[in-house]
Design a protein around this ligand. Sequence first.
Ligand code: AMP
Ligand code: ZN
Length: 390
Amino acid sequence: MKIYNTLSHTIEEFKPLSGKKVLMYTCGPTVYDHMHIGNLRTFVFSDFLYRTLKFNGFEVTSVQNITDIEDKIIKKAAENNKTIDQITNEYYQYFINDTQELNVPLKAPSDQPRATDYVEKMIKYIEALVNKGFAYVEKDGSVYFDISRFPNYGKLSRIDAKQLKTGTRTLSDEYTKDDAADFALWKSVSDSEFGFESPWGKGRPGWHIECSTMSQDTLGNRIDIHTGGVDLIFPHHENEIAQSEAKTGEAPFVKYWIHGAHLLVDGGKMSKSLNNFHTLADVKKRGFEPLALRYLFLQTHYRQEMNFTWEALQASQTALKRLKKTVSSYDEPKIGCAELEAKFQDAINNDLNMPRALAVVWETISSDYPSSAKKQSILLFDGVLGLGLS
Ligand code: AMP
Ligand code: ZN
């Protein structure tokens, strides 16, 4: 199986750290609002990867964090006169419902850790970084990672280390490459704000430390795969590498970094802040079934940006309906078509070429094999595609 690794900028042969075992981590949602279908594209891409690994006989442990403490959550709770727990539970449930409707398998709670359950461990993690000299405490009680102490800073996003503004600091989790600076591990807050007690006073953890702490606690110091959307490469994943490798002394923290391209609207990134987004509820309101969206995602390679239009979704829904109808009319599954199964596997193993894999499905349908053989193979394919064929 071959896959593109952001770290090397090349398509590599996939070889896990240990035999057939694969340790995989996906950056999860911040649960303060509905996911938009761009977010869902990334989570479905991560599911295609998971299913492709399983198809190849790998034993995959897949963990995804839930960010349930963050400035936006606190703001939303205050605006709505609700508690933080009420907001996070409500939107966590929406997230689960959306992903389930898109046939992304539900995770065991232990594989879906929540940030608020890990604050103690994050504090210990930060203490270890301070003790090793990679982090420093400011007068106000905030703790920062000192990027000048980590010579490999920038290796994932390939920013020029010389241009880093060493000695400058940012409290924000969303700074850009142009102002790369020491980043906050712990943000001090005033007595009246929501926060946790720590050796440095009351505060809240930064977002990046969450993922280092939770991925290493659940999977170990070194993992095979880490995924997310391309916008997470910098600063989030760059900072995760710095924290993790500084703390453990083991490198690389992640063997394969695999990132999904964005969903666009009118040529621009779909995002909450631009207010140009659609949710799965919008999709359903317009009469589409959720799996039509999954079908649409299959049609574009995960590393290609994809412009969303309702017309394209309509075409996907029509194709999916035809596919379902055809497959359900077939005889009971018997020995499948080996040649087409090999072709399908070749497509998915070639850097998750889902558009080609989908073409193999249609090729199978129009082939001369008996319908029992077609059914056998297509159900096998659907283990990866997840279109609910039967
Ligand atoms: P967030 O809740 O903003 O952290 O986003 C959750 C996931 O969705 C992350 O992996 C992001 O990289 C990804 N994401 C955000 N916007 C888009 C988009 N327009 N298209 C695809 N993925 C996105
Ligand atoms: Zn993350």
